[in-house]
Each structure stands twice: as C-alpha cells, then as structure tokens.
Design a protein around this ligand. Structure first.
Ligand SMILES: Cc1cc2nc3c(=O)[nH]c(=O)nc-3n(C[C@H](O)[C@H](O)[C@H](O)COP(=O)(O)O)c2cc1C
Length: 364
C-alpha cells in the first residue's frame, strides 16, 4: 500500500508539505489511544532485539534521527510505528523561523535529500510543555540540542546549558548538535579550541541536574562527515578526555560527489544514499582512532563509560541504527566498516580478558 499509492502521493507534494502532513497525521494517530494501540499491534517488531547502551535499554535497534520531529509533535505516534528511539529536535532555546522556503529538496535520481532548514522551531519552553504531558513512552527519547542563529559562537555554551536546564527532566539522552551545516559557524564548535570548553560547561550543567534529580542522562556528540582527518582526531581526543558517553556519526554533508539530480546544486546538507559511504568511512575512522587510544592507554581509557561493553557501541550507528532519509532505502553499506569491526571484536575480547585478569589479581 505504501509503495503503490502513499509514496507516489507524498512525492507529488512539495517535500516540506509532505513532511508536515505526515508528521501531523502521525501526531494525531498517537493522540487517539485505540488507534495508537492498533498501529502498535500491527507494526511492532515480532522479535525485537533489545540493546543496552549508555546505561539505557533501547527496545530495538532502529531509531529516528533528528530533524523529522523537531518540536516533539508526534512522539507517541512515532513510537507506535515501532521506532526504538526517537531523537527530537534540533531544539534551540528561543523559537526561530529557520531559513526561507523552499529549503528541502528531493534528489530522486540519487535517492538523497538536500536540506537547509536552519533549525526552525518553537523553542525550549514549548517543547518542555509538550514533553511533560507525555507518559508511558515505550521508545527512548533523545533530545537533540543546538544554538540559536543569533547567538555568537563565544556564547554558544549558554544556549546548550539552558536547554539542558529546561529539558533534563524529560530526556533519556542529549545529542549535542555541533555539526549541522545550515547555521553559520556552528560546525566550528567541533574543533578542539571551542569543543573543550563547550563540553566542560555542558558537563557541569549535567552534573548539577544529575545530583538534583538523581537521574543520569548520557551526552552524545553529533559529528559532521566533512572534517579533516587531523581535526576529527583532535575532536575525538577532546570527547574522550571529557568523558562524553558517545558519538553520533554522522550529520549531513556539504560535499557533492557523482550526483545526477538537477537539484544537487542547492545549498545545504546532503543526506540519504549519497552520504552512506562517506558516513561509513567516518565511522570507520572514528573506530580506528578509538582503537589507537585503547591500545595506547592500555584499556584504561574506556573504563569510565557506564554500561559500556564494546567500543563499537560508543558510535551510535553501529550499536543501534539511527536514520532519517535512508529510512526509505533501509540499507546500510557496511563494507567500509567490516575490517574495523573485526579488529574491534578482537579488542573487545582483549579488554574483557584484561579486566578479568585485573579483577582476579586483585582478589588473590
Ligand atoms: C530535512 C532534514 C532535517 C534535518 N534536521 C536535522 C536537525 O535539526 N538536527 C540534526 O542533528 N540533524 C538533522 N538532520 C540530519 C539527520 O538527523 C541525519 O543525521 C542525516 O540526515 C543522515 O542520516 P540519513 O542519511 O539517514 O538521513 C536533518 C536531515 C534532514 C533530511
């Protein structure tokens, strides 16, 4: 039914109209309890594979990436559709309009999308009110946070900490978005000179709420696929030294390679099939850096991560999958990462044995 008539109907509408329409319908379905239960019973995965990650139990491996439900309007409906985690946002402290329309473009021939939304949204207070009304959510709720367009980079950490203050109570995890290409300057925050103090401020805010509420909310940093290798390595070093809980790889790219669609000239972030190889290469690179740290530091480095059993779980797209555009194709090309995964498997085993032997030595 979806392929025969819903998909062609949606594709005949402008992308943002189709997006708004589906979001409203899913939101509405989520509010009507019998309808929600019916959808849930029809679509719930038969044998869901639970995943323990960052101290959270994800009901299954498939999640919805940030950008689809920016203002948490359809969380219950999306959960009924079977998503194990839903990442709302990017939320900014104040409401803002985003870039002028049109700002989403389909690249049909390439099975991709270019968007230059620029974080349109109703702001933190509106989001907080809506989330506080939600009870019995089965999915894990991730909150993706970013800065307002008019906040200078030097004051960016204030925006992130305001969001943590307002939304801590309702979040299962926070995704710190410093990688969207549509907010001027935002991606500079990924570089070590900004990143270290930004993460320090965010961690301080988390510590306050963790103690106040006796609730631990993991922090994940969302990275871009467009960083130079040396910059990415430095950023990962900062992320590890600040004891961040995980990395989301990756956001959209501003690169354009081998695209056929006429819309490929549009400015913005490209997602979907055209970025899958790049994204996998970045994940592979991140894993290789993690492996180097692991070898260099003699397995001590990762001991801080609560509930972390495998270093590949540090990168969210390996432990669980988070998709947006690629949902319509549903395939992840893992050729680039299989080599690293093999190394990871060996190293995980080595870590386990090393911890076991240390425990055993302590006992004797
Ligand atoms: C229309 C659109 C809006 C998006 N908005 C956001 C956003 O607000 N924050 C964010 O971190 N990522 C945003 N993304 C990026 C996605 O979350 C995802 O990281 C990216 O699209 C790559 O995954 P995919 O190829 O499965 O789409 C957006 C993507 C699209 C297509």
């Amino acid at each position: 039914m979806y392929c025969n008539w819903i998909r062609p109907l949606l594709f005949s509408l402008p992308p943002e109209t189709a997006h708004r329409l589906t979001l409203q319908l899913i939101g509405l379905a989520g509010k009507i309890t019998p309808l929600r239960s019916l959808i849930e019973s029809r679509l719930a995965p038969n044998t869901p594979q639970k995943v323990e990650l960052f101290g959270l139990t994800f009901p299954n491996q498939l999640g919805l990436a940030a950008g689809y439900d920016k203002d948490a309007q359809a969380v219950l409906g999306l959960s009924a559709l079977g998503f194990g985690h839903i990442e709302i946002g990017t939320i900014t402290p104040k409401p803002q309009a985003g870039n002028p329309k049109p700002r989403i473009f389909r690249l049909k021939e390439d099975q991709g999308v270019i968007n230059r939304m620029g974080f349109p949204g109703r702001g933190a207070d509106d989001c907080m009110k809506r989330l506080e009304k939600i009870t019995h959510l089965k999915a894990i709720l991730g909150i993706n946070i970013g800065k307002n367009k008019d906040t200078p980079l030097e004051h960016a950490s204030q925006d992130y900490t305001i969001l943590i203050d307002k939304l801590y109570n309702t979040a299962d995890y926070f995704a710190i978005n410093i990688s969207s290409p549509n907010t001027v300057g935002l991606r500079q925050l990924q570089h070590s000179e900004y990143l270290d103090s930004l993460l320090a401020d965010i961690l301080d805010a988390r510590e306050i709420h963790r103690n106040l509420m006796n609730k631990f909310v993991p922090l994940l940093v969302k990275l871009s696929p467009d960083m130079e290798a040396s910059d990415l390595e430095q950023s990962i070093e900062v992320i590890l030294s600040r004891k961040i809980d995980g990395i989301i790889a990756t956001n959209t790219t501003i690169t354009r390679n081998n695209l056929r669609s006429s819309r490929a000239v549009e400015a913005g972030g490209l997602s979907g099939k055209p970025i899958s190889q790049l994204s996998n290469q970045v994940i592979a690179f991140i894993l290789s850096v993690l492996i180097c740290f692991l070898l260099y530091t003699g397995f001590e480095y990762f001991a801080y991560l609560p509930g972390l059993r495998k270093i590949d779980e540090f990168v969210i797209r390996l432990g669980i999958n988070e998709h947006y555009t690629s949902m319509s194709r549903g395939v992840i090309d893992i050729r680039d990462i299989t080599y690293y995964l093999a190394v990871v498997v060996v190293l995980n085993e080595a870590t386990r044995l090393s911890l076991l032997s240390r425990k055993w030595r302590r006992k004797t």
